[in-house]
Design a protein. Structure first.
Length: 143
């Protein structure tokens, strides 16, 4: 399917007057006949616009997924609705990035937990022993 709006350099919301002017000045006879039959008749244009919107949505989805036509399709009618690949990060990619970051932090904690936990237990026990001994000395000295 050809994108008649693109081929005639018209926006999809073009007025009937703009369409008539573009069709009349079109140098390609076959394109002129197609555009005249499709875009100048109200019912045909409504059907074409609905199909145009659907194909445009599919094209945006393909671009979002990084799918594009091969080199042999470039410049062809099949490439009329092609969009450049979308470099925006999708929700799935963003979620996977956050999960990966959380897993990295968890693995780092697991790796360091053993030595730090033992060190913290020894320091806590030493501080409690020192505090208990100091309290005992003070209590015995006070008696």
């Amino acid at each position: 399917m050809r994108d008649l709006y693109q081929r005639l350099s018209l926006p999809p919301k073009a007025s009937p007057r703009q369409i008539r002017r573009a069709v009349d000045t079109c140098p390609n006879r076959a394109l002129q006949q197609d555009a005249d039959a499709v875009l100048t008749v109200a019912e045909h244009r409504d059907s074409y616009d609905a199909l145009h919107a659907t194909v445009s949505d599919i094209s945006r989805l393909r671009a979002r997924l990084g799918l594009s036509h091969g080199a042999h399709w470039q410049g062809s009618v099949a490439n009329d609705f092609a969009c450049p690949p979308d470099d925006a990060v999708g929700q799935n990619a963003a979620l996977m990035g956050r999960v990966s970051q959380a897993a990295t932090h968890y693995n780092r904690w697991q790796r360091l937990r053993g030595p730090w936990l033992i060190t913290a237990a020894i320091i806590t026990a030493a501080c409690m022993g020192f505090a208990g001994g100091l309290a005992l000395c003070l209590r015995l000295g006070a008696l």
